[in-house]
Design a protein around this ligand. Structure first.
Ligand code: AMP
Ligand code: MG
Length: 495
């Protein structure tokens, strides 16, 4: 484990042409302090956990001082926001401080969110509020715990600075880590400004750094597009299986590596509502939970269009190739989703009726307002104990007769596999989390931090959510559905 000064910076993004970014120094926050620190994420950098208590750590992570090797910059990109193309976005309140190479040879972007205005702030203040910073901190780690690709969170920097949103809030910063912050929108920017040399440069950068196996491939840009399609399909299948709604699936929030990126008004399903809209500014429900697979395809089409000049000198041929690649999306997503749902049902083989069995369960859950997470978790118990003890599972439903019929067919189905019940339950518990980041849990942690400067609940939750599939003694109440006060928390887009 290393001291802060021993971190090795290898800033390859900063070596790209000037058109890719603007060098921008962070603007420190008044009264900055290290509010929380995540040793798990620090380990990705080989950073020793006790470094977090040094004054130097605070200074370097809050933008007061730069570590040797840091070259802060704001990345330039564009994007489709709610279906409309916005020609110039870019990091309006985030800075890539530098890229750290760890001893295993992996590279991690050190990204400071809320670091003050940049040339891309478009009139915004360049700040993030403590509330949304805590939500991103917790959710990135919760997603990682669930086994879903995500940016990671190193620490939150608190402050006593006021930030104006719908009301006065406290400003804060988040230091996040990801192998790359390149977005679909980064490609769109160079395509729509007809800077095709830069477009190619960007694609080469992504290939060299993240897909080196494609370097010497014929048609490597088409292969890159195929890889992004595959990863995005797998990511969204995972979101659907776990009940996660991102909330702002604009192309500038889509990672070229298929990571969950830019947490805003996200939400996990409590009761199973396919049309769940977590972002209260999304009046049309464009980014509703059940729309995410379609939105993924729309976003990938935007990316594919932006990559057309790289695919072939002959435009019609390029379009044909892109279309062929895009056709793989729906089947990949459906296959991934089917596999994840089969695991949630504890099935190891595949039978023709499985998809219908799963769809019927989801329909019962939707009809009866069953809690998505708890119902699947209860199914693991049912599958171990058998039909005679179906009662705890059936209690999640209002119409017991209807769900009993389903249960009977489910039991018949898994019995055909002859698996050991205890082993099946263990498998199912690894596919059906007990603990998710429900809004009311985040809200409780936020209230303690914002109102009382007490971050202990943030840390307790983070630690809990790193092991969402495990039974954790004494933590049962964190698995409960939302209390009445929290049933209608609407999450604002302003963050
Ligand atoms: P988001 O949808 O939150 O990822 O943000 C969309 C765009 O708006 C990004 O380019 C952000 O950098 C920018 N942005 C969001 N909030 C602010 C802010 N407070 N100040 C400046 N830019 C912002
Ligand atoms: Mg964003």
């Amino acid at each position: 484990m290393k001291a802060l000064e021993a971190l090795e910076f290898d800033n390859r993004y900063a070596r790209l042409p000037q058109a890719f970014f603007k060098q921008t120094a962070p603007t420190p926050l008044h009264g900055a302090f290290v509010a929380t620190f995540n040793a798990d994420a620090a380990a990705l950098l080989d950073l020793a956990p006790d470094e977090s208590v040094r004054a130097e750590f605070l200074a370097c992570m809050s933008g007061q001082r730069l570590l040797p090797g840091m070259e802060p910059l704001a990345m330039c990109y564009a994007g489709h926001q709610f279906g409309t193309y916005v020609a110039r976005l870019g990091d309006g309140r985030a800075l890539l401080l530098g890229q750290v190479r760890n001893d295993a040879g992996q590279s991690w972007d050190l990204h400071l969110k809320g670091g003050g205005p940049t040339p891309y702030s478009r009139g915004g203040d360049g700040r993030a509020v403590l509330r949304s910073t805590i939500r991103e901190y917790l959710c990135s780690e919760a997603m990682h715990g669930l086994g879903i690709a995500s940016s990671r969170a190193l620490c939150i920097i608190g402050s006593d600075e006021e930030v104006y949103r719908e009301q006065i809030e406290t400003g804060a910063m988040l230091v996040r880590l990801a192998p790359s912050h390149v977005r679909f929108g980064s490609f769109e920017y160079f395509y729509h400004t007809e800077q095709f040399d830069h477009l190619q440069r960007l694609a080469d950068h992504v290939i060299d750094d993240h897909f080196p196996q494609l370097q010497s491939r014929q048609g490597k840009y088409l292969a890159l597009l195929g890889e992004v399609i595959r990863r995005t399909a797998a990511l969204i299948a995972h979101w659907q299986a776990v009940g996660f709604a991102h909330g702002v699936l604009n192309t500038d929030n889509m990672s070229i590596l298929g990571l969950t990126l830019d947490y805003g008004p996200f939400g996990f399903l409590d009761r199973y509502q396919p049309g769940f809209v977590c972002n209260h500014s999304d009046h049309q429900g464009r980014y509703a939970f059940d729309q995410q697979p379609n939105v993924g395809l729309f976003n990938l089409s935007c990316l594919a269009q932006a990559m057309l000049p790289l695919l072939s000198d002959e435009p019609a041929h390029a379009v044909e190739q892109a279309k062929d690649q895009l056709q793989t999306y729906e089947t990949t997503l459906a296959d991934e989703y089917a596999q994840l749902m089969r695991a949630k049902l504890g099935l190891q083989s595949s039978e023709s009726g499985d998809q219908a069995l799963c769809a019927e369960l989801l329909q019962h859950m939707a009809d009866d307002d069953a809690d998505y997470t708890l119902t699947f978790r209860a199914l693991a118990e049912l599958s171990a104990a058998g039909e005679s003890s179906a009662a705890p599972f059936c209690e999640h439903f209002r119409r017991h007769d209807a769900i009993h019929g389903w249960t009977r067919r489910y039991v018949e189905r898994f019995r055909r596999e002859n698996a050991d019940p205890t082993e099946r339950r263990a498998r199912m518990q690894c596919a059906n989390p007990k603990y998710i980041l429900r809004n009311h849990l985040a809200e409780t942690a936020i209230r303690a931090a914002v109102d009382h400067g007490d971050f202990s609940e943030v840390e307790r939750l983070r630690a809990l959510l790193t092991r969402p599939y495990d039974e954790q003694p004494g933590m049962q109440h964190y698995a409960a559905p939302p209390p009445d006060w929290a049933r209608h928390i609407a999450v604002s887009c302003s963050s």
